[in-house]
Design a protein around this ligand. Structure first.
Ligand code: AHG
Ligand code: MN
Ligand code: MN
Ligand code: MN
Length: 315
């Protein structure tokens, strides 16, 4: 089976970029081992600190951030790290050509209940500065710590999936993920229905109306509470993920963060033939105004995303 380093030679001739991806993969492999033991080490609780997002940090949020920082600090190609868990961008190698934006531990509310969590990363050229559109990404990926440990990564070609074997090698298990255009599965936190806008309410109501409703088919609903887990399901079997702007998140611009959640996930999903939108524009076209900026996130099967876009166009 093809290993990650070998696959990277088919995706880019830039060995420093390949090296940056390998550094994130190595951080993921190290973190996978830590997470497997975390309940024994008593690390699934709170750190007692708050991050710039206003979230109570989990001990593993901090540990994950440190593991990523250690791997990137050891790679002279990495110039700057932007992290959900760090207030400001951290300057690493002055000779580095790349910026890495990361959510070192996504879905950390799921840690103490042993549900899949992940590490998300986006790689940008230092020359472009901290606030670049998602279309400028050089590569993006995530590690999903689930029953298997999966690395999903895309340079500019296919979105591919690697699985960590028992010797620490990343083996290619899906050469080119394809998000089915049509789907009968949506992912949204339905407890927030009272905050939804007209477009979200309309789309969900059409979907739950089933075979005799306007969508003309039966839908299923899944919501893990870890974006990495929900997006991995959509990459593997289709579906649509919605964390739209709602009356409670509108003051912050949304719930999920553009640079290290929305942009990398949109890069991966679009690389697999899916579609992404904020409701009004493609996620990758949003011009960032801050490193922790939040945006509405709707992405997945193209037909479903288009139906949501149609609702926004009408409302
Ligand atoms: P993080 O753990 O990195 O802060 O991200 C959590 C995010 C995302 O993973 C997930 O989709 C979303 O929070 C869940 O939000 P709700 O708890 O509001 O459902
Ligand atoms: Mn968080
Ligand atoms: Mn997250
Ligand atoms: Mn996080």
């Amino acid at each position: 089976m093809t290993e990650l380093a070998q696959w990277l030679t088919t995706q880019t001739s830039d060995q420093a970029l390949a090296g940056a991806i390998l550094s994130m993969a190595a951080a993921g492999a190290e973190l996978a081992a830590v997470l497997r033991q975390a309940p024994i080490a008593g690390q699934t609780g709170l750190a007692g600190s708050e991050n710039v997002q206003g979230e109570a940090q989990k001990a593993l949020d901090v540990i994950s951030n440190d593991i990523v920082l250690n791997h990137l600090r050891a790679n002279p190609a990495i110039s700057i790290l932007i992290s959900e868990e760090l207030d400001e961008a951290v300057h690493l190698s002055s000779q580095g050509a790349f910026i890495v934006a990361t959510d070192p531990l996504d879905g950390s509310s799921n840690l103490d209940v042993n549900v899949t969590v992940g590490t998300i990363f986006s790689i940008l050229a230092k020359a472009g500065g901290l606030l670049q559109k998602g279309t400028a990404q050089l590569a993006a990926g995530y590690v999903a710590y689930g029953p298997a440990t999966s690395l999903v990564v895309r340079v500019t070609g296919d979105t591919s999936v690697f699985t960590l074997d028992d010797k620490g090698a990343w083996l290619l298990t899906v050469a080119a993920a394809k998000v089915p255009t049509a789907s009968g599965e949506f992912a949204i936190n339905t407890a927030r229905e009272r905050f939804w806008d007209e477009a979200t309410t309309g789309y969900v109501q059409e979907s739950v109306a089933g075979e005799t409703g306007p969508a003309g088919k039966r839908y299923n609903m899944r919501w893990v509470g870890s974006m990495v887990a929900d997006i991995h399901r959509i990459l593997m079997r289709g579906g649509i993920f919605l964390y739209p702007l709602d009356s409670e998140t509108v003051s912050k611009g949304g719930r999920l963060r553009l640079l290290y959640e929305a942009n990398p996930m949109a890069w991966l999903v679009e690389g697999a033939g899916g579609r992404s939108t904020t409701g009004h524009e493609g996620i990758l076209d949003v011009t960032p105004t801050g490193i922790h900026q939040r945006v509405p996130v709707i992405l997945g099967s193209a037909d479903e995303v288009r139906r949501v876009e149609d609702w926004y166009a009408r409302s």
